[in-house]
Design a binder for this molecule. Structure first.
Ligand SMILES: [Zn+2]
Length: 171
């Protein structure tokens, strides 16, 4: 069982588990292979061995690898109270792609429908690792999401205002 109170973000590259793996361009099947080798009996109801709940590849493709109510295998001590999201890439060296950020906005908004206002923190908040990457601040995905949401809201308000003004003009 899993009762998520936080969304925990990861990157594939440069983790302690796979220090030599060239995982900057990893696919969900790569992650599945690594985790299957590590936890051969921890198969999810969705058929994956991936310890995270979602994987976001460089091109923005999102794969759900574990049901949200299933325990994960991504942060010691938090696996039954968090949703794990892993981005392909080594964010010690590179940044998430625009496609990954767009996918993240959609995914995080979707998760919040089920878990309203659930916060998001990097793996390193709970372990002495660099994960989700040295180049990203702790609140990177939270702040970027807030900016995106604000931009959406402003666009909505602009459209409403334009409608108001236009309607007034032609009355
Ligand atoms: Zn991690």
């Amino acid at each position: 069982m899993n009762n998520p109170i936080v969304v925990i973000t990861h990157h594939t590259g440069g983790t302690d588990a796979y220090p030599l793996a060239d995982s900057s361009n990893a696919t969900v099947l790569d992650v599945d292979k690594w985790h299957r080798a590590r936890w051969p009996t921890f198969r999810s109801a969705l058929g994956y061995f991936v310890g995270y709940h979602y994987v976001i590849e460089k091109d923005g493709k999102v794969t759900q690898t574990r049901r949200e109510d299933e325990e994960g295998a991504h942060v010691i001590g938090m696996n039954n109270k968090s949703i794990g999201v892993c981005f392909a890439g080594n964010f010690d060296l590179t940044l998430p792609t625009e496609a990954q950020m767009q996918a993240w906005y959609k995914l995080y908004a979707d998760i919040q429908k089920r878990y309203p206002n659930i916060p998001t923190y990097p793996h390193r908040k709970y372990a002495s690792k660099t994960c989700h990457g040295k180049l990203l601040k702790d609140d990177h995905f939270a702040v970027q999401y807030q900016i995106f949401s604000l931009e959406q809201k402003i666009a909505q308000l602009k459209a409403q205002l334009t409608n108001l003004v236009t309607n007034r003009r032609f009355k």
